[in-house]
Design a protein around this ligand. Structure first.
Ligand code: NAP
Length: 462
């Protein structure tokens, strides 16, 4: 017995909990986000360090193997491109959930049949949430990485089958709580949620994956909090609760940004391509323009709103965009950036890129603040954004994105859209914006095209 190490562990956990809370708080503003990440990292080091001091640990060999394995998997995961962060995050949730499930299973087999009812109930919650989050997150990552088909797969009675499966798992869990010695039931409360996790994601389209991932984040957090009760760890309860609630709040914010209800996200089979919308695309006409023409229009404008999207991220065009911003601002043009809450592939994606290019924060305007201003805007310069500008969301009732709030770029005097082709964006649907009289298509890679505009501006001003 070494009570001093117990005190040290408790203090480490207490500081870690405080750091996790501060980390979330600081991460809510770009100005303090870096500090927030740092606080989270220190908190995690303290949490892991404190746990390693635990006197229940008699042999460090397995822990060392775990650390090495974790590092081998974790380091490359930390290096993925920014555009792959959503699926990377989903993978992290899968690992976390797998861990929670394995720990719960170990606890069950170590302590059965003498597990008090409360512990057994939280253990069941932990294992059910953990296993459905594990397979659900893997499915979500697969869909986002496009290893799995993005289209929702639906069949009649699907919700009934899915919810029925979950209900069976819950009923079996209740039996286990009443009689923890019934070990034959245990594999079922593990296996059924694993299947449910897969079935739950099958009917959800790619475009809803971000919301789903954030919801899975919340489940992973809740299962970790349940594990905290099983292992009697206050730190896990705090961290799990923070994770669970922040994930839930984020899913609500994202659902609102798409004007969808939770039930609609989970059971609505969003993202199914409307064949009628797809086929009509070829017949319409559009106008395109050269970098020279685009440069001329921009130079003559007095108000420009830049609308960045996923394509700007793919092309890594933010630094060129910054040069264009500098040039126009110097000329006295009023330039701002319109940020849609789900532009790109993760919440805050555009903010991160523009911050990286040192665009002043006060030039970034949120959707609700900027939408009223498009009517007084000379040029809306859309850079690799598509779905978030699609007017079909406003006026085509049959469209899969109908009801999603969009940036009203079509109200600007001139709309210029930089993208490589007429291909659709994430939702896989045509964009009527491109066929408007006021719209000019600027075909090319976002970085290359902005660079060409800069060259034109340069040549005409030297
Ligand atoms: P989007 O609708 O996916 O459109 C992006 C456009 O960028 C594409 O149409 C593509 O057209 C163009 N593009 C790709 N690479 C390019 C390049 N190198 N240079 C120039 N253009 C390029 O993107 P968005 O308007 O940002 O909308 C986001 C979508 O993703 C929404 O449907 C949203 O629901 C979904 N989503 C959001 C999140 C999130 O949390 N933010 C996460 C996952 C999914 P071309 O192929 O013709 O170039």
């Amino acid at each position: 017995m070494n009570p001093t190490s117990d005190v040290v562990i408790e203090i480490a956990y207490l500081i870690a909990s405080a750091l996790f809370i501060l980390s979330l708080k600081w991460m809510s503003s770009p100005a303090t986000a870096r500090r927030g990440l740092f606080a989270g990292e220190i908190g995690m080091v303290l949490a892991v360090g404190g746990t390693l001091l635990h006197r229940g640990i008699l042999d460090y060999r397995w822990i060392a193997i775990g650390l090495v394995l974790g590092t081998i998997i974790g380091v490359p995961l930390g290096k993925v491109a920014m555009t792959a962060v959503p699926q990377r995050t989903a993978l992290s949730h899968a690992f976390g959930a797998l861990c929670v499930t394995l720990v719960g299973t170990a606890e069950y087999y170590l302590h059965r049949p003498n597990i008090p009812k409360f512990e057994m109930s939280v253990l069941c919650c932990e294992v059910i949430l953990g296993s459905l989050t594990f397979t659900g997150s893997l499915m979500a990552a697969g869909k986002l990485q496009e290893i799995l088909p993005q289209q929702p797969i639906t069949y009649k009675g699907q919700n009934f089958v899915n919810l029925g499966l979950l209900a069976v798992a819950v009923i079996l869990a209740v039996f286990l709580v009443i009689n923890p010695g019934h070990s034959t039931l245990y594999p079922f409360i593990l296996a059924i949620p694993l299947i449910f996790g897969v079935m739950m994601i099958v009917p959800i389209g790619g475009a809803d994956m971000p919301t789903v991932i954030s919801l899975l984040n919340s489940y992973a957090g809740l299962s970790a909090a349940a594990m905290g009760f099983v292992l009697n760890s206050k730190l896990l309860i705090v961290a799990g609760a923070l994770d669970g609630s922040s994930g839930f709040i984020l899913s609500v914010i994202m659902s609102k940004a798409m004007n969808r209800s939770f039930t609609n996200v989970l059971f609505g089979a969003f993202g199914q391509v409307d064949a009628a919308v797809k086929t009509s695309a070829e017949e319409k006409t559009y106008r395109s323009a050269t970098p020279e023409e685009a440069a001329g229009i921009l130079a003559a404008a007095s108000r420009v709103v830049v609308v960045p999207g996923y394509g700007m991220a793919v092309a890594q065009a933010q630094h060129k965009v910054r040069e264009l911003y500098d040039f126009l601002t110097k000329k006295g043009v009023d330039v701002s950036f319109a940020i849609h809450p789900v532009a790109g592939r993760m919440p805050g994606h555009m903010n991160v890129l523009l911050a990286e290019a040192d665009i002043p924060y006060d030039k970034l305007k949120e959707m609700d603040d900027i939408n009223g201003e498009f009517a007084q805007t000379d040029v809306a310069l859309v850079i690799g954004a598509n779905d978030v500008t699609n007017p079909a969301a406003r006026n085509e009732q049959g469209s899969p994105i109908y009801g999603m709030p969009i940036l009203d770029v079509d109200k600007a005097t001139t709309v210029m859209v930089i993208k490589r082709s007429m291909s659709p964006g994430f939702a896989g649907i045509d964009n009527p914006l491109y066929y408007l009289n006021r719209t000019l298509m600027l075909f090319g890679d976002a970085k290359g095209f902005v660079n060409d505009i800069l060259k034109e501006i340069g040549t005409s001003h030297h």
